[in-house]
Design a protein around this ligand. Structure first.
Ligand code: HEC
Length: 137
């Protein structure tokens, strides 16, 4: 009995930490995520997630990728919330430029940043977020 209750509570807590793919983020998470985005992400992904402009001498370097937009003009919304959180915490295989924030940010903070990023997306894009994007638009 106690075990079941503990399991149920653990599930509830982990679900509340992870934002929901396909749903608008709640205002508290967005408010918590914005300053974190500004501190850790803005330098590359820029104000309102518009992404960086290619820097001519650098784009020729092997492994150098330009930080894409995280607003709805690129494909960040093709990923579910959990995958976005994982990208933030673990970085990307394809480029060293996207840092792994594990040790700097908690899972909850990463999830709040995802909430902020999603606040930049329209309802239509949010409704098509994640694996559904292929059949949705
Ligand atoms: C030093 C520059 C830099 C910083 C700082 C940075 N990123 Fe990135 N990010 C990149 C680059 C470069 C890529 C890969 C671009 C590509 O694959 O073409 C990337 C890719 C991503 C992707 C993958 C998007 C997709 O559509 O696949 C996400 C999500 C992302 N970044 C989120 C963040 C968040 C959130 C932060 C802050 C916690 C952050 N990044 C900080 C450079 C950066």
């Amino acid at each position: 009995m106690m075990k079941n209750i503990t399991a149920a509570i653990t599930l509830l807590i982990s679900q509340s930490l992870l934002a929901d793919t396909g749903q608008r983020p709640d205002v508290q998470s967005v408010a918590a995520g914005k300053p974190l985005y500004e501190q850790y992400c803005l330098s590359c992904h820029k104000e309102n997630g518009v992404g960086e402009k290619p820097i001519p001498p650098l784009i020729k370097e092997p492994g150098y990728l330009t930080a894409m937009p995280l607003n709805e003009t690129s494909h960040a919304w093709h990923h579910g919330d959990e995958q976005l959180v994982a990208t933030i915490l673990s970085g990307l295989q394809r480029t060293q430029r996207m840092p792994a924030f594990k040790g700097t940010l908690t899972e909850q903070q990463a999830s709040q940043i995802v909430a902020y990023i999603k606040s930049l997306w329209s309802d239509r894009i949010i409704a098509c977020q994640g694996p559904k994007h292929m059949s949705c638009m």
